[in-house]
Design a protein around this ligand. Structure first.
Ligand code: PLP
Length: 451
């Protein structure tokens, strides 16, 4: 019998358990219950093999910005597959989807970011960035400028290069990460690490760690600093207001490149096209993926400034992926951008549904378990705590309460993620006010059931 949606759930789960290794999953988590089988989706709602409707407050993995089930994207993919399903842009050829998408991205991206290098994912794009910034300085006659500074608890991908750029200690513990030439400074997470400092003092202290690290390594050995405008997978950590202006000053004064990893923050998530616009950052390179195609096709890219592109364009950059600028992925991304633009989805996040979500989400701090609620546009997090005034962690192992809360959300047909004891959301940007009410009701109920 073919394996289709029509098989009983238990049979699908047994086959899944027998043959499928899930990413970032302890397989024993699934023992006895099996993975939930998702069979379809529309708007912000997923459907599982038992016919349950689940509100996806994570937009898949922070990516389905325009929501599920848009036929226009399926049609764009089918059209492109018929016309030119594959060709590369390596050896003096190009194609219309790559040309059109590059021009569109240059128009949308801020400042002098006008040049696009494609990849198949965010991880691949960050691997590109690592090699590109090192090549940039070598070509400029400064081959010693090779070290890239990142932050602990940052997430920049899962490949060896991008996982090393990331600051996830659990990832570093497996498979020989980080590779040499990457250094980390502390994250600006005031709730967990701010101690007695005010958020503003703490923001400055954390920014100045970057300057101290540059001094320690030597300015002539540092190529770049990479950071997410708002740390996503680290728990939606929003830096205090004092942090970013100081970081920008340091990058400029110390002559190091700044890479903004916009894989989550890009394409409307923060209420502007890019998180760099919301936070007034001036990157030399931006990493993009996820919302670029709303997840309908795997695609990532680096958008590069005129100055960096001029240097890289004048050497042979020995780098590229078979699927760099895949025509079907580019065509789908273009259609996705058309929908974001024509339906004014980014404006709605900034002016209408974003403020509505903020008001409802911040009201969750009335719940006894919620210490702080942080939200920028449509990415938010709740810090769970047994004692709000002390900003205290739970006595149980870090993350246990978060994990149990996530399990209860799941049982209540709400997908929220937990990072330690922070609960996070990143819903499709098309979520309606009624659906926001449902999200908040289910979150409140799931918190209450844990009291
Ligand atoms: N950068 C950030 C900020 C991310 O959140 C992610 C994925 O979650 C990545 C990079 C890696 O992207 P991908 O999973 O497409 O390789």
């Amino acid at each position: 019998q073919p394996i289709t949606n029509h098989l009983p759930t238990a049979e699908l789960q047994a086959l899944d358990a027998a043959h499928h290794i899930h990413p970032f999953t302890t397989q024993s988590e699934l023992a006895g219950k099996g993975a939930r089988v998702i069979t379809g989706a529309r708007g912000v709602m997923l459907r599982d093999s038992e016919g349950q409707e689940i509100l996806d407050a994570m937009a898949g993995l922070w990516c389905v910005n325009i929501g599920y089930g848009r036929d226009e994207l399926a049609e764009a993919a089918a059209r492109q597959m018929r016309e030119l399903p594959y060709y590369n842009t390596f050896f003096q050829t190009t194609h219309v989807p790559a040309i059109a998408l590059s021009a569109k991205l240059a128009e949308l991206a801020p400042g002098n970011l006008n040049h696009v290098f494609y990849a198949g994912s965010g991880s691949e794009a960050n691997d590109t960035n690592l090699r590109m910034v090192r090549t940039y300085w070598a070509e400029r006659g400064k081959p010693e400028k090779q070290v890239v500074i990142s932050r602990w608890n940052a997430y920049h991908g899962s490949s060896v290069g991008s996982g090393s750029l990331g600051g996830m200690k659990g990832m570093h513990a497996q498979g020989g990460l980080p590779i040499p030439g990457i250094e980390h400074v502390d994250q600006p997470n005031w709730w967990a690490e701010g101690g007695d400092m005010s958020p503003e003092e703490f923001g400055l202290e954390r920014a100045r760690q970057l300057e101290a690290k540059i001094d320690e390594i030597g300015e002539d050995r540092v190529a770049a600093f990479i950071a997410e405008p708002v740390q996503g997978a680290g728990g939606v950590i929003v830096a205090p207001d004092s942090y970013w202006p100081e970081v920008m000053r340091i990058c400029r004064e110390r002559d190091i490149l700044f890479i903004a990893d916009e894989v989550i923050c890009g394409f409307g998530r923060t209420g502007e096209w890019f998180g760099s616009q919301t936070l007034d950052l001036t990157p030399d390179i931006m990493t993009i993926a996820k919302g670029l195609s709303s997840g309908y096709q795997p695609i990532g890219a680096s958008i590069v400034s005129d100055a960096v592109a001029e240097v890289i364009g004048n050497c042979e950059f020995n780098h590229g992926y078979t699927y760099s600028g895949h025509p079907v992925a580019c065509a789908v991304a273009l259609e996705n951008l058309r929908i974001l633009e024509e339906e004014k989805i980014v404006d709605r996040v900034r002016e209408d549904t974003g403020p509505y979500l903020r008001q409802k989400f911040e009201a969750l701090t009335d719940h006894p378990m919620v210490g702080e609620a942080k939200i920028v546009g449509m990415m938010g997090s709740l810090a769970l705590t047994p004692d709000k005034s002390a900003r205290a962690p739970f006595a149980a192992d870090a993350g246990t309460v978060g994990f149990m809360t996530r399990e209860r959300c799941f049982a209540n047909n709400l997908i929220m993620r937990h990072v330690g004891d922070r609960m996070i959301i990143s819903p499709p940007l098309v979520i309606s006010k009624t659906e926001i009410d449902t999200l908040i009701d289910r979150a409140w109920r799931s918190l209450d059931e844990g009291m």
